[in-house]
Write a protein that binds this ligand. Structure first.
Ligand code: SF4
Length: 612
């Protein structure tokens, strides 16, 4: 599999192609793919831009630095952070810089910029965080610093908002058409949504444009009242167009984490309807809407220090009108008395533009499931990209087999009698598993969907006394991983685990070789986000029984990664799925074609035959 990944990375560099990688193995595979991409960039002298979630950036930067050190190339890490802007005399986030710097290129502080002062950051001798102090001491422009450092660096590690930064995008265009080429690597595109959320969320009728705010603004020097009235009309128009918009596509589950919970709706509006309304309000022809909007805002807020305040509205209109599709997609976050909070999704299509220009690799792990929802969101459609899903190592297909225990199911949670019977059968299945494999050489795993389910099954359970069991604690600690490493080194032990992806990833990273795994129920994290994704699958793709399928696939990919990556060559490994729902044809048809599955109410003899 790694050979295949390496080949794919090479061909992307050669062909300027777009590759969307879906890596069931999670972070360990992601870092490996990253290493290949960095190596290839260095080899070919191509500038590499790595856009990744914040939580991975340090690790990615360190890998990049290690590789680039051999070659003497610079690695610049541009994190999303607060930086001081001398014009408005306050700290602004990089996301706000995007808004604020409508004056970029004209601002005097940009023109005075001297990159030499930041050389140590470029060479890695000083961390990026030290730039805050330098900027405020010298009264220099943070926006210009970010762009110049990116222009000078060979490998740039950064956050998604940079792709929306106008100056930065200009830089990409310049570099990619110049003699020095670049390639983009995007990791975990679900995080892109956070960027969009930060940049392009706009509350129509936001308090800024309410009567109260207008009155308050009366006291602000230089705000022009007539312009303010026209702006109010524009906001009303926007609001009515949004309210009339269709919502045929239903709700869109846009990611994981609290901020993208189960609220809001994806709506669609045809662009020309908005343009007609705005050209009426502004009294200009449709082609002139964006520029006259800008003029109006400049006239209304002539003082640049309050310009950041309207930038959101301007960008909203600009991206809407100049967006990629004839239809505009937006996400209504909340509707209430104070207004309508919407996130404009079309800016994500800039990702497609950048990829069109320079080519790139997008890596998603199981966290981005379903992958196609995110590719749509990035403006990638149909044959635009090559979706690659990496499964097992080549040639090892016959070494892994899936067995399905049809003797139990965890479906009837609400039926006390059936539930008690399921738990009892689970204990018997577990007992037999431990009896058969607990004393064998090698490491075996028992996987529960949650700590709660683990406790339910283990209540009153007596494991065989001479079997070494390593049970995952609720609070994972160094001690747990040390015990795991010890077991790995000795090649023995049964792990009792729950289905947290961090555990899988750590096991892959620690190269824990699994010989077999018993999986109870459907390991997944229940909760509104998963439910929301499932709803999306059902509504958008007519995928019935999506809830089970979603959880199943999620679990399967993780399990697949642990087994297939850590399989000792010449050994065989198995996966025992203990729930009869796994044996239904529609689930089995979703298994990767190389994996053969066998259902039985008494699978252990068959497993032993396979292992012989
Ligand atoms: S260009 Fe923008 S960030 Fe830079 S100093 Fe001027 S206003 Fe501040």
């Amino acid at each position: 599999m790694y050979r295949e990944m390496r080949r794919d990375v090479e061909s992307i560099f050669l062909s300027k192609g777009r590759l969307l990688n879906y890596l069931p193995g999670g972070k360990a595979d992601m870092l490996r793919l990253l290493e290949y991409t960095v190596e290839e960039a260095l080899l070919q002298g191509r500038k590499l831009v790595i856009l990744s979630p914040r939580m991975f950036q340090r690790e990615i930067r360190d890998i990049a630095r290690e590789k680039a050190a051999e070659d003497g190339r610079s690695v610049v890490h541009l994190p999303s952070t607060h930086l001081p802007c001398p014009l408005i005399n306050r700290e602004i986030k990089i996301a706000d810089v995007v808004h604020h710097c409508l004056s970029a290129g004209q601002c005097a502080y940009q023109k005075d910029f001297d990159l030499e002062i930041f050389r140590d950051i470029l060479s890695g001798k000083r961390e990026f965080s030290s730039s805050r102090q330098l900027l405020s001491e010298r009264g220099m422009c943070p926006s210009r610093m970010v762009i110049d450092l990116a222009a000078e660096g060979f490998i740039i590690v950064s956050d998604y908002p940079f792709i929306f930064h106008q100056g930065w995008r200009r830089l990409i265009e310049e570099i990619s058409t110049g003699p020095e080429k670049m390639v983009i690597l995007m990791i975990e595109p679900y995080e892109l949504l956070r960027g969009i959320d930060e940049e392009f969320t706009f509350t129509i009728h936001r308090e800024d444009l309410s009567e109260e705010y207008l009155e308050a603004l009366g006291g602000v020097e230089g705000v022009e009242e007539g312009g303010m009235r026209i702006l109010k009309g524009i906001v009303e128009s926007l609001r009515s167009v949004l309210e009339e918009a269709s919502s045929e596509e239903g709700a869109l589950p846009l990611g994981r984490g609290g901020r993208w919970g189960p609220y809001g709706e994806l709506k669609i509006v045809e662009r020309h309807r908005l343009i007609e309304r705005l050209s009426g309000e502004l009294n200009v022809n449709p082609e002139g809407v964006v520029s006259s909007m800008r003029r109006l805002l400049d006239l209304t807020f002539p003082d640049p220090s309050v310009r950041w305040w309207y930038a959101n509205l301007y960008l909203f209109v600009k991206f809407w009108i100049e967006g990629y599709d004839a239809a505009v997609r937006f996400y209504v976050r909340e509707e209430g008395r104070d207004g309508m909070r919407v996130t404009l999704l079309n800016p994500a299509s800039v990702v497609r533009e950048v990829l069109d220009e320079v080519g790139g690799v997008i890596i998603s792990s199981t966290g981005s499931y379903p992958t196609w929802a995110y590719s749509e969101l990035m403006g990638l459609k149909g044959d635009d990209y090559h979706l690659k899903i990496y499964y097992a190592p080549e040639g090892e297909e016959d070494s892994v087999r899936v067995f399905i225990h049809t003797g139990l199911t965890f479906l009837h949670r609400r039926d006390e009698g059936k539930w008690a019977a399921a738990l009892e059968t689970a204990r018997e299945v577990l007992k037999e598993f431990l009896e058969r494999y607990g004393r064998r050489e090698g490491i075996y795993a028992v996987i529960f969907p949650s700590f709660h389910r683990k406790e339910e099954i283990l209540e009153g359970f007596q494991p065989p006394g001479d079997v070494t069991i390593l049970s995952e604690p609720r609070e994972k600690s160094e001690a747990w991983w040390e015990r795991l490493q010890e077991a790995r080194d000795k090649g023995e032990g049964v792990l009792l685990m729950v289905g947290f992806s961090s555990t899988w990833n750590q096991m892959v990273a620690e190269e824990v070789p699994l010989r077999g795994a018993l999986v109870f129920d459907i390991p997944m994290r229940p909760g509104p986000v998963l439910e929301y994704r499932v709803k999306y699958l059902r509504e958008r793709y007519g995928w019935e029984r999506g809830s089970f399928m979603g959880g199943f696939l999620h679990a399967f990919y993780m399990i697949n990664s642990v087994i297939s990556h850590n399989l000792l060559s010449s050994e065989r490994a198995f996966l025992l799925l203990a729930d009869r729902r796994y044996s239904t044809p529609w689930v089995r048809s979703a298994l990767p074609s190389f994996l053969r599955s066998i259902s039985s109410s008494d699978p252990y003899p068959m497993i032993d035959d396979f292992l012989l």
